[in-house]
Design a protein around this ligand. Structure first.
Ligand SMILES: [Zn+2]
Length: 122
C-alpha cells in the first residue's frame, strides 16, 4: 500500500482511538458517580446497579475495539507491509472495508467463517 494511504488510515485510527478513550473516561467517571450514589441512597440500589452493568458492557466492548485499534496502528508503524491484508488467508482486505473498519484483521469471507464458528461452538 502507498505510504500516503497508510497515513490516511493511521489518521482514521488515531481519531477513533481518541474518541473511544474519551468515551471510556466518561463511562468510568459515570460508574464512579453511580457507585457513590449507591452508598448514599439505599432505595435506588437495584436500578443504579443495572445501569452500571450496562455501562460496563459498553465499556468492555469499546475497550476491545481500542485494543484492536492500537494493534492496527502498531502494524502501520512497524509492519506496514502486512497492514490491510487478511491475517487468516493473506488476501487484501480492500480499501472500502478498511475505510469502514481500518482495524479489520480479516477479509469479509474469513470474518464471516470465524463468526460462524463461534456461533457453532455455543
Ligand atoms: Zn481472509
Amino acid at each position: 500500500m502507498e505510504k500516503s494511504e497508510l497515513q490516511e488510515f493511521r489518521t482514521l485510527l488515531v481519531e477513533r482511538q481518541k474518541k473511544i478513550e474519551k468515551n471510556l473516561t466518561h463511562i468510568n467517571s459515570e460508574i464512579k458517580e453511580l457507585r457513590e450514589l449507591e452508598i448514599n441512597d439505599d432505595g435506588d440500589y437495584a436500578s443504579i446497579s443495572n445501569e452500571g452493568a450496562i455501562d460496563s458492557k459498553i465499556g468492555t466492548f469499546q475497550f476491545e475495539e481500542l485494543n484492536e485499534i492500537n494493534k492496527a496502528i502498531e502494524k502501520i508503524d512497524h509492519h506496514s507491509d502486512s497492514f490491510g491484508f487478511c491475517e487468516s488467508c493473506g488476501v487484501f482486505i480492500g480499501r472500502d472495508r478498511l475505510f469502514v473498519k481500518p482495524y479489520a484483521l480479516y477479509c469479509k469471507k474469513c470474518r464471516e467463517s470465524i463468526e460462524q464458528k463461534s456461533i457453532d461452538n455455543k
